[in-house]
Design a protein around this ligand. Structure first.
Ligand code: NAD
Length: 324
C-alpha cells in the first residue's frame, strides 16, 4: 500500500521520500511546487515505487488511492512567504490539512501532521515542552503561519475525537540541510548564500537569539519513528543543542571560507529584529526520547559541513522560488 507525502518536493519532504523509497515503500508525492522544486525529486524519476502528482492541497484530492499512511508536510515554512502570501498559507494550513485528514478517514490511514515550534510563538519558558501552550500573536506578520499551524493541530485533534482517526503530530524545530532553496529566507541557506557570494551576512536582531538547528536526516528519523509509534499527542522533534544566531553565522562563514580557500573575512550586518521573531527557541525532547526512543545524532558542525558542500555543488541548479 502507498504512503502519501504531501510537500514531498520540498526540503524535508524530499529527504523523507528518499528514506521511504530506500525502505522499499511505495510513495506518492503530492506537491504544487510552490516552495519546493522538481530538482529535489528528479532523482526519483523512473523508480518503480515512486509517483508524483502536481497538485495544490488546498483543492480536494482527485486520487483514487488507498494509502496506509499520509505524511502531511505541504506548507511554506520560510518567513519570506509570510508577508507575501498570508491568505494562501492559512488556506494551505486549514483546507490542505483537512483534505489530507478527509482522505485518511475515507481509507482508514494514519496521518502525520508537520507542525512546528512556531506554535509556541515567542516562548516565555525555555526549553519548551509539549505541555507549554505558547505565546503567539494572532494579529501580526507571523500569524498566518503560527496560527495556521495551531489550526492544523486543532483540526487533527478534532478528527481524532470525531472520527477516531490515527493522527501523529510532529512539532518540528529548525531543520537544515541539503535541498533547501538557497534563497528561501531561512537562516542557514541565507548565511551560506551570502558567504558563497562574498556578501555581508545579514542578521535580524543583535545575534544573541538562541536556536537549535537539527540536521534533516535526524528530523526524518524522528518523523518516521513518530509515524510508527502508538503515541497520539504532539511530540517535539528537534535538538536541544543551542547556538546563537551570530555563532551560527560565524561557523558558516568560516566553513565556506575553508571550502573555497578564501582568506577574506565575511562581514556581519545587524538589522532590527523582525516583529514577533522568537528570542529563544529550544525544545525539551524528553518525550521524544521516552516514547519514540529517538534523539538527534548529527552535531551542528558536521551537518553544516555536509550542507555547505551540497550548496557549493548544487546552487547553480536551483530555481528561484515563485510567489503565488
Ligand atoms: P519547504 O518549503 O521546503 O517544503 C514545503 C513543500 O510543500 C514544498 O515542496 C511546497 O511546494 C509544498 N507546498 C506548499 N504549499 C502547498 C500547497 N498548497 N499544495 C501543495 N504543495 C504545497 O519546507 P520544509 O522546510 O520542507 O517544511 C516541510 C514542513 O515541515 C512544513 O509543513 C513546515 O511547516 C514544517 N516545518 C519545517 C521546519 C523546518 O525547519 N524546515 C520547522 C518546523 C516545521
Amino acid at each position: 500500500m502507498t504512503i502519501i507525502v504531501t510537500g514531498g518536493a520540498g526540503f524535508i519532504g524530499s529527504c523523507l521520500v528518499e528514506r521511504l523509497l530506500a525502505e522499499g515503500q511505495k510513495v506518492l508525492v503530492i506537491d504544487s511546487l510552490w516552495t519546493g522544486s522538481m530538482v529535489n525529486v528528479d532523482k526519483f524519476k523512473g523508480h518503480p515505487n515512486y509517483r508524483f502528482a502536481n497538485w495544490d492541497v488546498r483543492n480536494k484530492y482527485p486520487i483514487r488511492e488507498t494509502p496506509k499512511q499520509i505524511y502531511h508536510l505541504a506548507c511554506p515554512a520560510s518567513p519570506d512567504h509570510f508577508g507575501e502570501s498570508p491568505i494562501e498559507i492559512l488556506e494551505t494550513c486549514f483546507r490542505g490539512t483537512q483534505n489530507s485528514l478527509d482522505l485518511a478517514v475515507s481509507c482508514n490511514a494514519r496521518v502525520l501532521i508537520a507542525s512546528t515550534s512556531e506554535i509556541y510563538g515567542d516562548p516565555r519558558v525555555t526549553p519548551q515542552s509539549e505541555d507549554y501552550w505558547g505565546n503567539t500573536n494572532s494579529f501580526g506578520p507571523r500569524a498566518c503561519y503560527d496560527e495556521g499551524k495551531r489550526i492544523t493541530e486543532a483540526l487533527a485533534y478534532g478528527y481524532q475525537q470525531k472520527h477516531n482517526l490515527e493522527v501523529r503530530i510532529a512539532r518540528i524545530f529548525n531543520a537544515y540541510g541539503p535541498s533547501m532553496q538557497l534563497r528561501d529566507g531561512r537562516a542557514v541557506p541565507n548565511f551560506i548564500a551570502a558567504a558563497m557570494e562574498g556578501r555581508p551576512i545579514t542578521i535580524y536582531g543583535d545575534g544573541s537569539a538562541g536556536r537549535c538547528f537539527q540536521y534533516v536526516t535526524d528530523c526524518v528519523d524522528g518523523l518516521i519513528s513518530l509515524m510508527q509509534s502508538g503515541y497520539t499527542r504532539p511530540v517535539n522533534i528537534g535538538t536541544n543543542a543551542e547556538t546563537t544566531v551570530e555563532d551560527l553565522a560565524r561557523m558558516i562563514a568560516a566553513l565556506v571560507a575553508e571550502k573555497i580557500g578564501s582568506t577574506r573575512k565575511v562581514p556581519i550586518q545587524f538589522f532590527p529584529a523582525r516583529t514577533d521573531d522568537p528570542y529563544r527557541r529550544k525544545p525539551d525532547i524528553t518525550l521524544a526520547k521516552e516514547v519514540l526512543g529517538w534523539q538527534p545524532r548529527v552535531i551542528l558542525r558536521d551537518g553544516l559541513e555536509k550542507t555547505v558542500d551540497w550548496f557549493l555543488q548544487n546552487s547553480g541548479k536551483m530555481p528561484v522560488v515563485k510567489v503565488i
